[in-house]
Write a protein that binds this ligand. Structure first.
Ligand code: CA
Ligand code: CA
Ligand code: CA
Ligand code: CA
Length: 310
């Protein structure tokens, strides 16, 4: 627009001056202006081409950038995990004792009683691993519990009169056991009573002589007792138990109300009244025949080799 305006001014002056020289200047000026105009236009076209190239390059660059961005995204993934890890660490660091999230930490890391209790066998879960109270020795329990979300244990002595059993302290009691199941003269048995660390009874049944045995047996309160028992009729004590003997009797033993006959080794004895109120009773003892003189009870007299009602 400036050029055309300038040409218009020159043309107007040429028409006024009617000078050939000025006209020639006008022609030269037009040529120069045309060159200037083309040069001006050419340059922008070249620039435009470069712009297109730039645009194409830019498109490629976008693709490359996408690739680069994708690569960056890939390489950033670990960074993201690191960030997550950092966040986790940060979260952990936020879970110091006394923080508001402490309760959450306790419930997730340590589950169990928060105080020691030696009278209960507990199992504590700490990071999904279980810890159960256990006896270390007779009177010491290893007691697990949670303390501010952390697993702790204490080795503690049971109170006097208590012992550690199955991971907890419990009162000491008498515990009796025997191998022959009670009063059983036909089997040699061992009877044991345990009271805490003590064993007040630890005895085998034992023959006193050929016809009598000491039999041990348990009582209901966990203690035990013993008594001397004559082996049943026809039995003798051998090797701490009653076994068959060579003696037989028809009244089954010391029975003053039944007239009996006792035989052993070819020898034979019948119960016999030695006075009106006194009876000689025969019985087997071991392999032998023994006898005892017994008075009949009040209201009874001795008759027919036995004690009978008067
Ligand atoms: Ca017994
Ligand atoms: Ca026995
Ligand atoms: Ca008898
Ligand atoms: Ca008799």
């Amino acid at each position: 627009m400036v050029v055309f305006g300038f040409l218009r001014i020159v043309h107007e002056r040429f028409k006024k001056s009617q000078s050939l020289l000025y006209y020639m200047r006008y022609i030269i000026f037009i040529i120069l202006s045309s060159m200037l105009l083309f040069g001006c236009c050419y340059t922008p076209m070249t620039s435009s081409s470069n712009t297109n190239d730039t645009n194409e390059t830019s498109a490629d660059d976008i693709i490359d950038d996408d690739a680069n961005n994708a690569q960056e995204n890939v390489t950033e993934t670990p960074a993201t995990e690191e960030s997550a890890q950092e966040d986790t660490n940060q979260q952990d660091s936020d879970l110091e004792p006394g923080s508001e999230n402490e309760t959450t930490t306790i419930s997730s890391s340590c589950v169990g009683p928060t105080e020691s209790d030696m009278s209960v066998r507990d199992t504590v879960l700490f990071y999904n691993k279980s810890y159960t109270d256990v006896c270390i020795d007779y009177s010491t329990v290893k007691d697990y519990y949670c303390n501010n979300g952390v697993l702790e244990s204490i080795n503690d002595e049971c109170n006097p009169g208590n012992r550690c059993n199955a991971g907890k302290c419990e009162p000491v009691t008498f515990i009796c056991s025997e191998t022959d199941g009670g009063i059983n003269v036909f089997q040699r048995g061992k009877t044991t009573v345990v009271y805490g660390m003590n064993t007040p009874v630890d005895e085998w049944d034992e023959c006193v002589d050929e016809g009598k045995i000491i039999e041990y047996y348990c009582l209901g309160d966990g203690t035990a007792t013993s008594e001397q028992i004559i082996c049943p009729s026809g039995y003798k004590c051998v090797s701490d138990r009653c076994v068959r003997s060579n003696c037989d009797e028809t009244d089954g033993g010391l029975d003053i109300y039944v007239a009996g006959k006792t035989t052993a080794g070819g020898e034979e004895r019948n119960d016999d009244c030695i006075t009106e109120r006194r009876l000689r009773e025969y019985y087997c003892y071991g392999d032998d025949i023994e006898s005892t003189d017994e008075y009949c009870d009040e209201g009874y007299i001795c008759d027919n080799d036995r004690c009978e009602l008067e």
